[in-house]
Design a protein around this ligand. Structure first.
Ligand code: PLP
Length: 345
């Protein structure tokens, strides 16, 4: 039987033998005491890459996002983000639970809003009725926006508005490296625009776990305390950090292969009678809607029979995500499987 093609997410990757070798070789210590040399090396490397003073290794992107928001806010403050934002939709209501902050949702284009929208949604601080707008959170690439990338110039304009109003900026860069590769940008472009940045090592970069929060030394000192409060201090975390270092050193340029596969799939989907619409593909995520009355359940079940696992992310809406465990041959099998599907009209 052919092996299953798992394109539910880029989080499903298995560490390669070489990555496991690097993990085995790691020098470790107690990171809660700051004594793990591999964690320290990873944090220093990431901070230097983005031109930031400091970095903190966290178990997950959810934790690094939540800490990032927490260090900018007090209970009663407000966070501005897009209605598709992971920090709002998929982090368990963490902004309310962890920071006690309210959220102002903007309706952007596939998760990307404008500086003008931000300006129009800032609460004045001289009116005691209002929650103070303290942080704008941007996601790049936008997961629910089909992996689309932000225009750096718009982020610069948002930065200018935020500076004018004393508002911090947080980047959910779970897949920022995909955006950097797709748009030929540098981590420093983002380091200079955001106060805090969360990047994930366990998505397209292929590490088994781990994310990094980047920022100033002062903010990261607060973040260290918040990680402790959330129970996120890990002891000999250097074994995981070694995978993260390997990922940063070896797995960034190859993201373009995932993007090429996603593009090939996009072209195919546009020819299929049961596909109603496909979001424009820029990176490794492909989101499309099925023509009515075909249900996502029926579609995903049929795909599963063809040994493909994908996920539903809303009514009629399916997401495929490419990653380093999907080979060229598997892409061909996937395209064939999609062509073969006989679905009720
Ligand atoms: C855009 C985005 N941000 C944050 C996260 C959270 O990462 P984690 O699953 O490591 O908590 C995800 C996870 O898929 C994500 O897609």
């Amino acid at each position: 039987m052919p092996e299953m093609i798992d394109i539910r997410s880029d989080t499903v990757t298995q560490p390669t033998r070489e990555m496991l070798e690097a993990m085995l070789q790691a020098q470790v210590g107690d990171d809660v005491f700051g004594e793990d040399p591999t964690v320290n090396a990873l944090q220093e490397k990431a901070a230097a890459l983005f031109g930031k003073e400091a970095a903190l290794f966290c178990p997950s992107g959810t934790m690094s996002n939540q800490i990032g928001i927490k260090v900018h806010t007090q209970p009663g403050d407000e966070v501005i983000c897009d209605e598709l934002a992971h920090v709002y939709l998929y982090e368990g209501g963490g902004i309310a639970a962890n920071s006690g902050a309210s959220v102002r949702l903007l309706k952007g284009v596939n998760g990307r809003f404008t500086a003008e929208q931000v300006r129009q949604n800032i609460n004045r601080r001289d009116d005691s009725h209002l929650a103070w707008t303290r942080v704008v959170a941007i996601e790049n690439t936008v997961n629910k926006g089909g992996g689309c990338c932000w225009d750096l110039r718009e982020i610069e304009r948002i930065r200018a508005v935020c500076l004018e109003h004393d508002i911090a900026m947080h980047l959910d860069g779970a897949r920022l490296f995909n955006a950097l590769v797709a748009r030929d940008e540098s981590p420093r472009d983002y380091g200079r625009l955001f106060d805090t940045i969360s990047v994930c090592l366990s998505k397209g970069l292929g590490a088994p776990a781990g994310s990094l929060l980047l920022g100033s030394r002062a903010l990261l000192a607060k973040a260290h305390r918040q990680r402790k409060l959330l129970g996120g201090g890990m002891r000999q975390a250097g074994y995981l950090a070694a995978a993260g270092l390997f990922a940063l050193e070896r797995n960034i340029p190859r993201l373009s292969y995932d993007h090429a596969k996603a593009k090939a799939l996009e072209s195919e989907l546009r020819t299929l009678p049961y596909v109603a619409a496909v979001l424009p593909v820029e990176t490794n995520i492909v989101i499309f809607t099925l023509a009515e009355p075909l249900s996502t359940d029926a579609f995903l079940q049929q795909l599963q029979h063809q040994r493909v696992r994908a996920s539903s992310i809303g009514p009629q809406t399916v997401r495929f995500v490419f990653h380093l465990d999907v080979s060229d041959a598997q892409l061909d099998s996937l395209l064939q499987a999609l062509r073969k599907l006989r679905l009720p009209a």
